[in-house]
Write a protein that binds this ligand. Structure first.
Ligand SMILES: [Zn+2]
Length: 462
């Protein structure tokens, strides 16, 4: 939204603001669901039944096209690959793996030269600022249609139909002061039947207002920021509040789904929680199948898992090449997340590799002089057997200490549960590190509306 539009929106009465939200979304959804969208939906339905060989051939075909397009239209990549003598029509996996890797900093620094399209005809996306610097990337409308087709194809595995009422928990700045004082934390898109809920006011005292409105709107589907969907669930359970209807599916996005959050959501919403992984800079997708596995969606890009020496591994850094980033191409891009592949053979109707666990951002790690770098996925597990932790965050300012902030529920017994948590953290971080606990009524979110489990401000690294 531009500043003038935002100003008009913010000063409008509620009915007008809802109308503006509706109009804005009619335009957005016309782009997302127009053009090639229906064809991509068919494409994903078909490719899902393909054999491993057919999938590999398709990947190679799409990779060749994507790299050729990138080379021809991106000044940055043309220069970077200049000396490699690439023959895109005959490119094989070995040649592909010789292409240089790209970091997030490199993408940020060279974004203008990397970009292949005129920003005026592009669909813009702002990436979250959790790494410090936020970034604007540009998509072609066709790529956007493919990305939405992919997401909605995944959701359709669990009964989702676009146009049925959806509660969408968003990190967008939706509300004005009047809304907040009236405890009205949502806006409505009447056309697409989406109720957008602000994630910035989800505190225990406001949760009854959210739940009351959900009971009035009765959305069968929920999507949006994972920690916010979980906070509503945990807060609702804590206050003894219930939904007065039966939702069909919960689709958390944008953050790692913690086991404890999944359990709370299943309990409160009373339906399945279905996970996906992507990113606003355009990573290919990892989605949940009907059997509950997380699979690489092989028609959305190339996934590599590399160890610290950049060699293929079952556990390590995820490096992605994404077919739907023709506007701002991502080729062998270090997305910054750690993943672990399933090494056991998995029986499934989908012939795509299975991801055992997404460990999350490796920049969101804790450091220990004794045990080294400990990623947040591992840290998240430390509350598994501790009762009454509604939410927690660990801040590290130097190598010798961590500060654990906890929002506790009535079940939390300090004398028992603090010891348990400390023990679990020591298993991961060693005996010497100083652990300090602080109990807080709430933990603030980032500007993007997301929540960070680990915040590491250490100058020294391991
Ligand atoms: Zn599966």
């Amino acid at each position: 939204m531009n500043t003038l539009y935002e100003h008009i929106y913010k000063s409008s009465p509620n009915a007008v603001a809802n109308l503006l939200v509706t109009l804005y979304n009619i335009r957005q959804f016309r782009i997302r669901h127009g053009g090639e969208y229906p064809n991509f939906r068919k494409y994903f339905e078909q490719t899902e039944n393909w054999s491993p060989k057919e999938i590999e051939n398709e990947q190679l075909k799409r990779l060749r096209y994507f790299l050729k397009h990138t080379y021809e239209h991106s000044p940055y990549y043309r220069k970077k690959w200049g000396g490699l003598n690439l023959d895109f029509d005959r490119l094989d996996w070995n040649m592909f793996r010789k292409l240089p890797l790209m970091t997030k900093e490199e993408l940020q620094k060279n974004i203008k030269d990397i970009c292949t399209i005129n920003p005026h005809s592009a669909v813009k996306f702002q990436t979250g600022g959790t790494t410090g610097v936020s970034l604007q990337v540009y998509y072609t409308p066709r790529n956007i249609q493919e990305r939405f087709a992919m997401v909605e194809h995944f959701r359709s595995r669990f009964g989702f139909k676009f146009g049925e009422r959806t509660a969408w928990f968003t990190g967008k700045d939706l509300l004005n002061q009047r809304d907040v004082s009236k405890h009205r934390y949502w806006k409505t898109d009447y056309q697409n039947k989406i109720q957008f809920y602000s994630t910035f006011y989800i505190q225990q005292k406001n949760i009854p207002y959210y739940i009351e409105n959900l009971n009035k709107y009765q959305p069968p589907f929920f999507s949006g920021i994972t920690s916010s969907l979980a906070e509503i669930a945990k807060g609702g359970l804590k206050a003894g509040l219930k939904l007065n209807y039966q939702p069909k599916a919960i689709f958390p996005t944008a953050e790692m789904l913690l086991k404890s959050d999944r359990v709370a959501m299943e309990m409160f919403y009373g339906c399945g929680v279905y996970d996906q992984y992507a990113s606003s800079e355009g990573a290919p997708f990892i989605t949940q199948c009907k059997n509950g596995h997380m699979h690489f969606e092989m028609t959305s890009g190339i996934f590599e898992v590399l160890d610290s020496k950049d060699q293929p591994s079952d556990f390590g850094e995820l490096v992605v090449t994404s077919f739907t980033t023709e506007g701002t191409p991502l080729v062998r891009y270090r997305i910054g997340d750690l993943v672990e592949l399933e090494t056991k053979k998995t029986d499934c109707y989908l012939h795509y590799p299975v991801v055992k666990k997404i460990h999350g951002r490796f920049t969101d790690c804790l450091y220990s002089r004794e045990t080294g770098k400990v990623c947040q996925g591992n840290i998240a597990n430390s509350v598994k057997h501790v009762n009454g932790v509604q939410r927690f965050q660990i801040i590290q300012n130097d190598l010798d200490a961590i500060h654990v902030q906890i929002v506790k529920t009535d079940e939390y017994r300090k004398e028992v549960d603090e010891c348990k948590l400390a023990k679990e953290l020591r298993i991961r971080l060693g005996k010497q590190i100083n652990i300090q606990f602080k109990y807080v009524p709430e933990i603030p979110k980032e500007r993007s509306g997301k929540f960070r489990l680990v915040k590491n401000y250490c100058k020294e690294t391991i």
